[in-house]
Structures are given as C-alpha cells and as structure tokens.
Design a protein around this ligand. Structure first.
Ligand code: EPZ
Length: 416
C-alpha cells in the first residue's frame, strides 16, 4: 500500500497552479451524456475520482481520451444505463450519474453509493426529487432501479441544500418538458459551474448560486469546450499547508471569492494574505493565533476544509472550537492528530482544541480524502518523520499532491 514519508519542519515557499475543481468536473463529466456531440473539459485533473468516473462512462459506452490536460468525451455510442456495483463503489460520486442516465435513457440502474468515513450519506433527497419529475424508483438490496415514460418539470423543495441532489435535479430536468424550479438549492460555486457548462451546451438554467434555480427544459444539447472553475478546496489546502509551516506561497489559477470565509479566518490567524486577480499570496509565521469556526452549506465555512484547518489550529496559540454541521462523522482525523501530540477533545459535533508548540512525527492512517490531507499538513509541521498510510484516499482528490508539496520545499516522498 502506498504511503507518504514526510520529514517535517520545512517552511513551504514558492508558487503553484491550481487544478480544475474535482467537485465541478465530476457532475460535468456526467453531463457529457446529455449530448451525442463532443465535449471537451479543459485543465481536467487526472485524479482517481476522475478515472473512476471515466470507467463508468466507458462501461456505459462513451468514448473518451485525454489530449494533454484536456479530457474529450463523446457519448454518441452510449447504450447502457446500468452502473455495476464494483464501479459504483469505487467512489460516491457515481450518484451523479443517476440524473444524467435518466435524462438520456429514461432508465437507470445504479447501486446506492453507500456511506463512507464521513457519514451515512443517504440519497433520500435525490430519490424524492427524481420522483417529483415523474421517475419511478424502486430499491432492491441496495440496487436502485429508475424508469420514466417522460420527464416533466416540477417545483422541487429540498429539505437540505444538498449539493449532489441539486446537481442531479439539474441533470435530470435540463431536457424535461416544461419548467423545473429548485427551492432551497445548494449555492456552491460548483453548482454555478454546472449551470454555466450546461448553458454552454444550449441549456436554459437560471439562478445557480442562489437558493432558487430555474431550469427550462430544451429539446437537445450540443457539444462544448469548457474550462471548469479552479478547485477551491485544493487552493485552501495549500494555503493551510503554507500557514502550518510558517512559510509563504503564491497560488495561481484560484478564485479568492470562493474561499473568502477561510481567507478571512486565516487573516485572524495572523497570516498576511493579498490577492491579485487569480493569484493569492500568503505569508505566515509559526504558532500563529487560533480561531474557531463552524462548517455549513456555502457560503459558510466549507466542510471540505474542516480537517485541514483543524491541523493548523492544533499548532496555533490558544484555544479554539470547531463545529462540524454538515457530516455526522467527519472527525476521523482527530485520533491521528492526537497520536501526533495534538490536544483535542471531541463532544458530538464539536472539537475543542488547545494549540501545542509543535506536533511529533509518527505512523498515521488516512481514512478519508480531506482527513488524509490534514494528516499530511500535520506531518509538514511535525518534529521528525511522519508516515501517512492509505494515501489512495488522498489521491482521489489531489493530483500529484506530494510533487506539488516537494516543489514548495517540503521533504515528502511517496513510498511503497
Ligand atoms: C458534495 O457531496 C461534495 N462531493 C462533498 O465533497 C462536499 O463535502 C459536500 O458536497 C458538501 O459540500 C462532490 O461534490 C463530489 P451533500 P454531497 O448532498 O453532494 C445530507 C470532498 O471531500 N444528505 O451536500 O454528497 C448528507 O448526509 C467531498 O470533495 C441527505 O441527508 O453532499 C450530508 O449530511 C466530501 N440526504 C449533507 O446532506 C441526501 O439525499 C450534505 O450532503 C443527500 C445529502
């Protein structure tokens, strides 16, 4: 099993460029099913989740190839509406295929993606919404069967602003008869990105980024060339990696507005941050001031940066409280941080942190994507050597993570 070997204590410094957002690219790839014409997704990261999604698209009958960093997909020959269990289990985002499969084939058969290490991750909101559009849904031993004679636009009220459910409704309704309105929709930048991408294919979607989205069904979609937004979570991860080592960094191809809540908090943490168009500069010193935060749906503090920020707070001066409001099990990184010498106690959805001077290197085990990234950041700070095991979790969302960190001066190697 691959691992990262990190010798901590080096200040990061230098320049990196951010990849296209994983959480945009995945639903955008599903959207390629909605036309028989060629779709080009530019600056596409070759991360494990993208490769897993490509396995699913191949299985369905789509053709694809990379030309450099540009992913070209053609769904003309797509003829299967089934996502087999072994492919659905490779990653949770297979659920995004549901809306696109139903839209194209009026049928879909996928396995419920199941929970993961950050929570149960039910799909009740997805199913309830698809039924509103006229989809018959049944579930037998974890396999979901969907069929619809036709898809008719409806008003859909989401009990929670679920990102995935919002995206599935958009993908299922973009070619439906009539208008669909989503109330209490997710407002993440990745939803706006999906709207812009589909509208570049001829869709008529309005209001993404607000809590009400209107989709006017059209007859067909044409091909497109599209550059997804930069990955705000990768950007935030590198800002935090620099902050935890007391270094300085220049990050290109990023949109500070999409992580303004983190930037605001880091400035409280005494980081010096300036932005200029799509560049963010950060400089920090060690043992900077701590701060508390609570995660929530956009534009609140992103749950996908909670673990990485907790690593920084573990070595910031003073006490802090982290409240995880989005996923019920997203503290799996805490035990490993404690093994490294962090002073953290957890009560329900709250983690109470007292900053220590420095962490100590040891063997730690990644159990999910962002929690694993947090352990790498902790290793960059730690005295001595840290071995991060189970890094396949991390490689789902970060392309050549260790190479980018090494280019900034970190002493990190992938070992087998
Ligand atoms: C997306 O997951 C992201 N994944 C997650 O990023 C991100 O953490 C999450 O949105 C929140 O921002 C992708 O975009 C591929 P949700 P998703 O539906 O769509 C509950 C990462 O690290 N819920 O907004 O699954 C759910 O249990 C990943 O890149 C229901 O109860 O998130 C959770 O508590 C991790 N029923 C909350 O809503 C449903 O039908 C938020 O989930 C759906 C969701």
């Amino acid at each position: 099993m691959e691992k990262y070997m990190i010798n901590g204590g080096r200040k990061l410094s230098g320049k990196i460029t951010i990849q296209s957002a994983k959480n945009s690219v995945l639903p955008i790839m599903a959207g390629a099913l909605l036309t028989d014409e060629q779709v080009v997704i530019k600056n596409c990261p070759k991360i494990k989740d993208v490769m897993s999604m490509l396995n699913i698209l191949s299985h369905i009958g789509c053709k694809w190839q990379f030309e450099g960093d540009n992913l070209i997909i053609n769904s003309l020959t797509a003829d299967k509406y089934v996502v087999p269990k072994e492919l659905a289990n490779e990653m949770r985002s297979s659920i995004f295929m549901l809306g696109a499969l139903i839209c194209r084939f009026k049928k879909a058969k996928i396995y419920a993606p199941g929970g993961c290490n950050i929570g149960l991750r039910p799909i009740d909101l997805h199913i309830k919404s698809l039924k509103k559009l006229g989809v018959n849904v049944s579930e037998v031993q974890g396999q979901i069967f969907c069929s619809a004679s036709s898809l008719v636009g409806k008003d859909i009220y989401l009990d929670f602003p679920s990102v995935g459910a919002t995206e599935n409704i958009i993908l299922a309704s973009v070619l439906a008869k009539g208008k669909t309105q989503i109330f209490n929709s997710a407002k993440e930048p990745e939803i706006v990105d999906l709207m812009n991408y589909l509208n570049s294919m001829g869709a008529k979607i309005y209001g993404a980024g607000t809590s009400t989205i209107l989709i006017e069904g059209v007859d067909r979609l044409h091909g497109t060339e599209y550059t997804p937004i930069p990955d705000r979570i990768e950007c935030g991860t590198f800002l935090l990696a620099t902050a935890i080592t007391g270094g300085e960094i220049e990050i290109h191809n990023c949109n500070a507005k999409n992580i303004s809540v983190l930037i605001h908090k880091l400035c409280d943490n005494t980081c010096k941050i300036t932005t200029n168009n799509d560049i963010i500069y950060l400089k920090n010193k060690l043992m900077s001031k701590s701060f508390s935060f609570s995660t929530g749906p956009y534009p609140l503090f992103p749950t996908d940066l909670q673990a990485q920020t907790m690593a920084l707070l573990s070595v910031s001066s003073g006490k802090s409280v982290v409240v995880e409001n989005v996923f019920e099990k997203r503290f799996s990184h805490v035990s490993s941080l404690i093994d490294m010498g962090a002073n953290i106690s957890v009560k329900g959805k709250r983690a109470y942190i007292s900053g220590v001077n420095r962490l100590n290197g040891t063997q730690v085990y990644a159990s999910d994507l962002r929690g694993g990234a947090a352990l790498v950041l902790a290793g960059l700070n730690a005295e001595g050597q840290t071995i991060v095991n189970n890094i396949s979790h991390i490689e789902r969302g970060y392309f050549e993570f260790e190479k980018k960190l090494s280019s900034l001066g970190a002493d990190i190697k992938k070992i087998y």
